[in-house]
Design a protein around this ligand. Structure first.
Ligand SMILES: [Zn+2]
Length: 371
């Protein structure tokens, strides 16, 4: 199959070995999953299903960020213990993904399980001169890793702008260079804290994913990804943290999923313009929600329009009149998926097949749509 790779900026062959190792950045469990999250995990589910269909064993890891600024703030607001909030929201998230027909992932490791791995990695970065201690924290020194920027291809000015927008705190006076990023930070009073050689504290934002990906899948993985808003700084920093220690390629392929907008504005918790997957699944069956989401190519940013579910419901109803299995239809769906996961094209294959009276059951099953 062929997939777009963010690092190379083009569609390239994606040919993992018999065991395909994939890592997708998961949720911070402090609120329900909105359609932006759902679109990301659905794209990974599509890839998961096609790789199984091709005969691979698939090890898809999706982490859970159960300690960070957002979850600690929300737990304080609700006056609950942050891990209780995490447990509740993780159960809700898993139930939603299950209802939507996502295959179970190989592992869902939690950030709080990665503290020993994080400490080892931070120690190794300090030993190799890629990190330094300042004001009770440990920072990665970005200019010590000349390939910094190899994924996002951004200018220094553009990186600084995005870092400021996305919680990178370039203005932090403890940094030697504004592009440096925190690996280990002292906890504020009342926040969870772990002992370390550099003083008590908690991990920075990016380090858990480097630590967890390597712990669960090895030093080099086949594919890593998430939402396109993670390209910089999150994934760029993950590469630096891992490769500066191992000297090996961290991920052979990078896959990023476009943003879902409402009325032209990206859905985000900070803006509150959210449509929740749970609410949609109360109104319509999973096959319809899946079809509505898959009618947009994973790489595009797109606008959620409520009428999308009605269009999807009509399509599913038409396919249901031709539920038989037709190998030619299934192969045409496979061909669309192998062309950079062209789900919208695969849905058109089903429309045309149903229109000509061919059975679409096995083709729909490849997309996780049960008829
Ligand atoms: Zn991540």
């Amino acid at each position: 199959m062929r997939l777009y790779d963010t690092a190379r900026g083009e569609i390239v062959p994606f040919e993992p070995g018999p065991v395909a190792t994939l890592y997708s950045c998961g949720i911070t469990p402090y609120d329900a999953a909105h359609l932006g999250h759902t679109a990301v995990y659905l794209a990974f589910d599509l890839l998961h299903r096609r790789l199984l269909d091709l005969g691979h064993e698939v090890r898809l890891v999706r982490n859970v960020t159960d300690v960070d600024d957002d979850i600690l703030r929300k737990a304080r607001e609700l006056d609950v213990f942050y891990l209780d909030l995490a447990a509740e929201e993780m159960a809700r998230f898993d139930a939603t993904m299950d209802t939507l027909g996502l295959l179970p992932v190989y592992r869902e490791p939690r950030a709080t399980s990665a503290i020993p791995d994080v400490l080892t990695l931070v120690g190794a970065l300090l030993d190799r001169g890629h990190a330094y201690r300042s004001h009770g924290a440990v920072y990665f020194h970005a200019t010590s890793f000349p390939q910094f920027g190899q994924l996002s291809h951004l200018s220094r000015a553009a990186m600084l702008e995005l870092a400021a927008e996305r919680g990178g705190h370039p203005e932090d006076p403890a940094k030697r260079d504004p592009l440096d990023f925190v690996l280990w930070q002292p906890s504020a009073p009342g926040e969870p804290s772990w002992e370390s050689r550099w003083g008590p504290g908690r991990p920075g934002w990016h380090i858990e994913c480097s630590a967890l990906a390597m712990r669960e899948l090895g030093q080099t993985i086949d594919l890593h990804g998430g939402g396109s808003d993670l390209v910089f700084p999150h994934h760029e920093c993950e590469i630096a943290q891992a490769e500066a220690v191992t000297g090996r390629t961290f991920s052979r392929h990078w896959l990023h999923v476009g943003m879902v907008r409402l009325d032209g504005v990206k859905m985000s918790k900070s803006l509150g313009n959210l449509v929740f997957a749970d609410d949609l699944l109360k109104q319509c069956e999973p096959a319809v929600v899946r079809t509505a989401l898959l009618s947009h190519h994973y790489r595009q940013d797109w606008d959620w329009v409520p009428g999308d579910v009605e269009v999807a419901a009509d399509r599913v109803a038409r396919w249901r009149r031709h539920p038989g299995d037709d190998g030619v239809v299934a192969d045409a769906v496979r061909a669309r998926l192998d062309d950079d996961l062209d789900a919208p094209g695969a849905l058109v294959v089903l429309d045309e097949a149903a229109g000509s009276g061919a059975g679409v059951g096995s083709g729909a099953a490849l997309l996780g749509i049960s008829l």
